[in-house]
Each structure stands twice: as structure tokens, then as C-alpha cells.
Design a protein around this ligand. Structure first.
Ligand code: GUN
Length: 283
């Protein structure tokens, strides 16, 4: 058996078309959504992500500003910039690219972002609202994964979803969104015993561990839908996900490619949140 390779390009393209049309309709009412992206330091991967975010804004008609600050920027200076962006009516969404340099406290920075402009859904109030099912922004990567599942016609309710990884950015909010969709959810992490056995029970397996090609066929139930959130630079210089794609392809029902699915879908959800923030600001 060979799995279906999920067509990330097509899914991303159709969601972005929809967003572009909605941005166009808002513009006719004199409203243009705006996003500010802040990058501190010169991490090359972060620089690529930030460039892609700004380019994607352009493509759907969202106004964007990118702030590239030197690695040694004092925390107070960053907080001052966030204060200005919080007060700027052109800016509906603020994204501070993580990780930040060591001398800057990430929690302090996230706490400083206006809750209504927190398009990453990292602010504790938005994370809390997500937990209790109140209307907040949806965290971009997990929301992108749910969108991929829905658009591939994958049933979520009543299914067993296993999430491998428990980060604040992906694993934990992913579990929450799957729960919202009425899946039965298990979270695996570095201290999980018998991870292969647990993962093999999954109808839907979401992998976000940050270790290239770690998940092979031994972790996958025949026919399972496997979503790979990872993006790793392998020793041969090539990019690979957390899933051993070629191996898993032989047992899974469907697999996402890396690159080309969850990455661009994450940015798409950022565009969606920025649009939503602009709607709320002008309601
Ligand atoms: N670093 C890695 N992923 C993300 C993300 O989704 N948002 C931000 N702000 N930083 C990140």
C-alpha cells in the first residue's frame, strides 16, 4: 500500500484565495488589515520565515511592516517598539519571531503584546481563552493542521489523535484544538514509555518533535493520517520533516510533504488571524 501525499500546495492556494477575496471586500470599505513582524538577531531560519510572512501578506493584499533589529537590542527597546505597534491603528497584528536572543525574556515580550493584536495566540489570555473554548485567535500551526485535516475530508470526531511533542507553540495547543474537534487525544513526549505502541494507536498522528526523520513505519498504524510539523536541516544539507517520509508512505493512509504543507499553512493561518483582527478592530 502507498499513502496519498497530501496536496499542500492546492490546500494552501485555495485558503489564500479565500483570504484574498475577503481582504479585497474589506478594502472596499476602506479597511486594510496590517501586520507587523519583528525579528531580533540574525538567525538564518527565522530570517527566511519572516521574509515569507511579509511576501505572503503582499500576495493577499495585507499591509505589512518588518522590523529587523540587531541581536544586541536591549529588551526595553523591543518593549518600546511593541508599545508603539500596540497603539498604531494601521497595525492589526503583531508577531515577534521566536526564539529571541538570550538576554530578552520571551514571556515579558509576549505579555506586552496587545491581546487583540496577538495573531500568534501566544499571550496567556488568548491561550487561556483557547483552553476554555472562548472566542480568541487560533494558534497558527495547530489551526493550519486542523484546516488540512478538514480539507482532506479526514474525520476527526471520535478518532484517536496522537500528538508527538508538547511545546507551547505546537504540541499543547494542537492537543486542545483536536479536543475541540471531538477527537480522543493523547500527547507523547520525550519521557513517554513505549512511544511506538502509543503512536501506533493513532488514526491521526501529528508529529512536532524537532528531530529529523525520527518517526518511521514502526510508529504508524496502517491507514493512519500522518501530519508532519517538523522542518530540519539534515547532515546532507537537505530539508526533512520529523517523519521518515519514504518509510511511512508505505503504511500510512495519507502523509503531508515537507516542505510544502504545514509550513505554508501556518503562514496562511497568520494571514487569516490578521484579517480577523482587522474585522474585530473595525466592528
Ligand atoms: N518561531 C517558530 N514558529 C513560530 C511562530 O509560529 N510564531 C513566532 N512568532 N515565532 C515562531
Amino acid at each position: 500500500m502507498s499513502a496519498t501525499i497530501i496536496n499542500g500546495k492546492e490546500i494552501v492556494g485555495s485558503v489564500r484565495e479565500q483570504i484574498k477575496a475577503e481582504v479585497g471586500a474589506l478594502k472596499e470599505n476602506g479597511i486594510q488589515p496590517g501586520l507587523a513582524v519583528v525579528l531580533v538577531g540574525d538567525d538564518p531560519a527565522s530570517a527566511v520565515y519572516v521574509r515569507n510572512k511579509a511576501k505572503s501578506c503582499d500576495e493577499v493584499g495585507i499591509y505589512s511592516e518588518v522590523y529587523r533589529l540587531p541581536a544586541e537590542t536591549p529588551q526595553d527597546e523591543l518593549l518600546e517598539l511593541i508599545g508603539k505597534l500596540n497603539a498604531d491603528p494601521k497595525i492589526n497584528g503583531i508577531l515577534v519571531q521566536l526564539p529571541l536572543p538570550k538576554h530578552i525574556d520571551e514571556d515579558t515580550v509576549i505579555d506586552a503584546i496587545n491581546v487583540n493584536k496577538d495573531v500568534d495566540c501566544f499571550h496567556p489570555i488568548n491561550v487561556g481563552n483557547l483552553m476554555i473554548g472562548k472566542n480568541s485567535f487560533l494558534p497558527c500551526t495547530p489551526a493550519g493542521v486542523i484546516e488540512v485535516l478538514k480539507r482532506t475530508g479526514t474525520e476527526i470526531a471520535g478518532k484517536h489523535a496522537v500528538v508527538i511533542g508538547r511545546s507551547n507553540i505546537v504540541g499543547k495547543p494542537m492537543a486542545m484544538l483536536l479536543l475541540r474537534e471531538n477527537a480522543t487525544v493523547t500527547v507523547c513526549h520525550s519521557r513517554t514509555a513505549n512511544m511506538e505502541e502509543v503512536a501506533k494507536q493513532a488514526d491521526i498522528l501529528v508529529v512536532a518533535i524537532g528531530r529529523g526523520k525520527m518517526i518511521n513505519r514502526n510508529y504508524v498504524k496502517p491507514g493512519a493520517v500522518v501530519i508532519d510539523v517538523g522542518m530540519n536541516r539534515m547532515p546532507d544539507g537537505k530539508l526533512a520533516g520529523d517523519v521518515d517520509f519514504d518509510d511511512v508512505l508505505e503504511v500510512a493512509g495519507a502523509v503531508t510533504p515537507v516542505p510544502g504543507c504545514v509550513g505554508p499553512m501556518t503562514i496562511t493561518m497568520l494571514l487569516q488571524n490578521t484579517l480577523e483582527a482587522a474585522r474585530r478592530a473595525n466592528a
